[in-house]
Design a protein around this ligand. Structure first.
Ligand code: ADP
Ligand code: MG
Length: 261
């Protein structure tokens, strides 16, 4: 579904990602983790052609992204970026309808079919009852579900998200990730999500990609990637890793260094 082959990219002349190679299969659920500034958002921007790589190749569904039009990309890729700021008080249903833009021709925007798909997307995130409300009057959890619905209305094959739950409380975090998991298992949606919370990453992702200073330091299952040695090295903070007794997934606990009172 998505392949990076020896990709380097960045801003101006500065490289922020170096020699990145990985693949994710259709129906996969990949978490991208790493400290602040390690290149996570840059990876997502490169995957969605917001920025173009200096070197290497990105392929989406086996096509070179470089040779695709933005409209073609938008019909395959849904993006929930980090700062979906809402300065304008749009209605929920209109925001979700914006997800149909890649499909419209000059005369069809807001057709019955678009409305049906937008309502379906709202239903999928359990937010149909919010359709007539204004986005700036919703709670953070509700607004985030609406943003995800907009991405779903694009009927994407792959959904990219940049820290979709960072501003949410734990119940909304679990709600959003459970929803993503359902869409992933139920309709085979491929999910690539950046997340800060290593334990959410461990619980919900099939595979993790750990970035360190613009390079892939480790990739594999949560068991393989979330070893205390790797986490201490990359995050430069002492941790212990234990298994969640219910799910057997690794959980990371920060610890104070013993020699510091
Ligand atoms: P992360 O998402 O892991 O916190 P980023 O991908 O945002 O990291 O940043 C990686 C590096 O690229 C950092 O050194 C950051 O300063 C730099 N960077 C990010 N965005 C920009 C930008 N718009 N212009 C210039 N440099 C940037
Ligand atoms: Mg970021």
């Amino acid at each position: 579904m998505l392949d990076f082959l020896n990709v380097s990219s960045g801003y101006g002349k500065k490289e922020a990602l170096m020699d990145i190679t990985f693949s994710i299969k259709r129906g996969g659920f990949l978490g991208v983790i790493g400290p602040n500034g390690s290149g996570k958002s840059t990876l997502l921007r490169t995957a969605t052609r917001v920025i173009r790589p200096f070197k290497g190749e990105v392929r989406l569904g086996n096509k070179k992204i470089e040779e695709m039009t933005l409209r073609q990309i938008a019909r395959i890729v849904g993006v929930v970026s980090q700062d979906a700021l809402f300065i304008f008080p749009f209605k929920v249903i209109d925001i979700v309808l914006m997800g149909r833009i890649p499909y419209v021709n000059r005369f069809s925007f807001g057709s019955k079919e678009d409305l049906r798909i937008a309502s379906e997307a709202l239903d999928a995130v359990d937010a149909l009852r919010l359709r007539g409300r204004f986005i700036d009057e919703l709670s953070a959890g509700e607004a985030q579900r609406v943003i995800i619905a907009r991405a779903l209305a694009q009927k994407p094959q792959i959904l990219f998200m940049d820290e979709p739950t960072t501003h949410l409380d734990i119940s909304h975090q679990v709600e959003v990730f459970s929803l993503l998991r359902r869409l992933n298992k139920g309709s085979g949606l491929t999910v690539v999500t950046i997340l800060h919370d290593l334990n959410l990453a461990s619980e919900y992702c099939d595979e993790l990609l750990l970035l360190k200073e613009g390079r892939i330091r480790s990739q594999g299952t949560p068991d393989e990637v979330l070893s205390y040695g790797l986490i201490e090295e990359v995050y430069k903070t002492p941790v212990i890793v234990k298994k969640n007794p219910l799910t057997s997934r690794p959980h990371v606990f920060t610890v104070k260094p013993c020699n510091i009172p």
